[in-house]
Design a protein around this ligand. Structure first.
Ligand SMILES: [Zn+2]
Length: 132
């Protein structure tokens, strides 16, 4: 496993734009239907906007109607940490990228087969690399 990327708040601020910093480092959420990748159907790989490591394949992306890009699986299970969150008075499972500790979104149990998972991810946390 790769060494975890540890940076200070200031260092992240230098790398990320304000919107990316807000979501990845301060656990923000972009408004629904505002993200750039919701309707992206191109083939490729989604990497972390912070550390540029692989997260999701376009093969597992699906249209959930939620307003955020949705995936039913991750490229590597070891690459994400799941954490219980009660911040809005509801129980949700937060998805954190273990490589850099970046906040990605939440995972729900109402996704399609075979996993039944719905990773609901901020477009801002992602960067798309089109397959050549
Ligand atoms: Zn990252």
């Amino acid at each position: 496993m790769k060494k975890r990327i540890v940076k200070t708040k200031e260092e992240w601020k230098n790398i990320l734009n304000p919107q990316e910093f807000y979501i990845l480092r301060e656990k923000g959420t972009e408004p629904p239907f505002s993200g750039k990748y919701i309707y992206n159907k191109d083939k490729g790989i989604y990497v972390c906007a912070g550390c540029k490591n692989e997260l999701f394949s376009s093969e597992v992306k699906f249209d959930s109607g939620s307003g955020w890009p949705s995936f039913w699986d991750v490229i590597s299970k070891a690459s994400v940490e799941l954490k219980s969150d009660h911040s809005l008075g509801v129980h949700r499972i937060e998805v954190i990228y273990s490589n850099c500790g970046g906040h990605l979104g939440f995972v729900f149990d109402d996704g399609p087969k075979p996993t039944g998972k719905r990773y609901c991810i901020n477009s801002t946390s992602l960067q798309f690399q089109k397959k050549k």
